[in-house]
Design a protein around this ligand. Sequence first.
Ligand code: SF4
Length: 279
Amino acid sequence: MYSVKEIFYTLQGEGANAGTPAVFCRFSGCNLWTGREEDRAKAVCPFCDTEFAGTDGAGGGKFETAADLAFACKLALGGVTGPGLVVLTGGEPMLQIDQALIDALHDEGFAIAVEETNGTITAPEDIDWICVSPKAGADLVQTRGDELKLVYPQAALLPAAVRDLDFDHYFLQPMDGPAQASAPGGDSLLQSTPPWRLSVQTHKVLRSAKLSGCGPICRSATVGCRRAVPDIYCLNGPFPLFPAPCASIETFCLRRPYLPSRAARRPNSASTGIRSARA
Ligand code: SF4
């Protein structure tokens, strides 16, 4: 049985694979926080910015078998063909990832990325991309992989403590919240001590660009956004990013590969507020 908070198709927003289209499968639960606000103060990482409790997100639920979950991830592609990438995330994904799921996802044609694990549980060998984000106060056992992403600053976990582990890419990612503004010397650290590079949470930047007037338009019963207010984005630029038309939509949705409607593409459309650069 797998407990999944949500499954959705979007762009990877962080780290070395930023900009890559991927199905995100967010597992419920974490071993460093319950996910309940009343427990945040005593969490190992009280800065956590992820909702991972429960199974009530879009595409979430309980999946009896690995094949069921892999098929749900396949459906989330919404008809996009070609090699697919699935990002297994959380919460702490390694609490639930097992060999059966890895095999089932590979059978569905996915490359598998774990992005990210807190590194407290050893990952199986045949995961295609492993991103570890170590947390101060948690024992790190997964000391090698493809990408190490350190949320910065963490007072009790300095970059120097993890920079010599066995990873191909090293990223500092500014901590979301007030600590980000007071991060001491992060820019000079990046300049002076390779191999660190900057990871920006691009998806949050895009969300901040969301314009009013883009409504919850997706109406597909099988692969559509099922949130009350889905993440609909107008980038005020030359869309679509994904050329995959679907009859059941009326605007562009970054979480799904949908085209904007004819109305949405009109310049300065009074009905949507969208000004299309293509028109
Ligand atoms: S390990 Fe990750 S998901 Fe879990 S509480 Fe910490 S930041 Fe949140």
